[in-house]
Design a protein around this ligand. Structure first.
Ligand SMILES: *Cc1c(COP(=O)(O)O)cnc(C)c1O
Length: 222
């Protein structure tokens, strides 16, 4: 099936749910991204700063760019002029840098706290206690140019649907507790980014608001 058909198929599945589609465009050429755009996609996810910075000027300006991979503080300034959401926030230090760089451009950049939910050592992210520490910090209260809009997680690479469900439920539980304790007045704190090509239908059932789908749209990455 074509890129457009794949996107339409997923959009049909998302209809009537809380979830929106982030098309994960990493490794793909700009022409393919343009095809996705022409099929109606507007939220694009890249995992590398270099790649996002190279592609962004080649594509329409109304794309919402989401960074979904680990971000080093020294690279924030390259994204600051245009990035919409940084889904991979994993430290206060990173938030401080985003605040500083977004202020220089007089922008507000959205961020999601990335949690470790997989039972694999290699998958990064915060523990719940680390997130609490960030949200309780004095610095956090001062932020004006970085706004936390929710949480993100990458589940274990497994076919075990019971395990996937548990991991998605864990992330949703973190979201709800943080919302109640730190964002009760903040209607912008509403995103739960979970679900990829192999597991997005399950993630939607567990309350995902952003599914990050690449290979189910573009085919396997080379
Ligand atoms: C690559 C990637 C995705 C998309 O993976 P697919 O299996 O191709 O859908 C989603 N989230 C993150 C964090 C990724 O790095």
């Amino acid at each position: 099936m074509s890129i457009a058909e794949n996107i339409q198929h997923i959009e049909t599945e998302l209809r009537g749910t809380a979830a929106r589609l982030v098309v994960v465009t990493k490794t793909h050429l700009v022409a393919k991204l343009q095809e996705a755009y022409d099929a109606g996609a507007r939220l694009f996810g890249e995992n590398k700063v270099q790649e996002m910075v190279a592609k962004q000027p080649e594509l329409p300006a109304d794309i919402e760019w989401h960074l979904i991979g680990h971000l080093q503080t020294n690279k924030v300034k390259q994204l600051a002029p245009f990035v919409h959401t940084i889904q991979s926030i994993d430290s206060l230090k990173l938030l401080l840098e985003i605040e500083k760089r977004a202020a220089q451009h007089d922008r507000v950049i959205n961020g999601l706290l990335q949690f470790h939910i997989a039972d694999e050592e290699t998958k990064t992210g915060l523990s719940f206690a680390e997130a609490e520490e960030i949200l309780q910090s004095e610095e956090f209260q001062q932020f004006r140019h970085v706004r936390l809009t929710g949480v993100m997680g990458v589940a274990t690479f497994t076919n075990d649907t019971a395990q996937l469900r548990r991991e998605f439920q864990t992330l949703r539980g973190y979201f709800e507790e943080l919302r109640n304790r730190f964002f009760a007045e903040a209607d912008y704190f509403r995103e739960i980014s979970m679900g990829m090509s192999a597991d997005y239908p399950l993630a939607i059932e567990e309350g995902s608001t952003l599914v990050r789908v690449g290979s189910a749209i573009f085919g396997a990455r080379g």
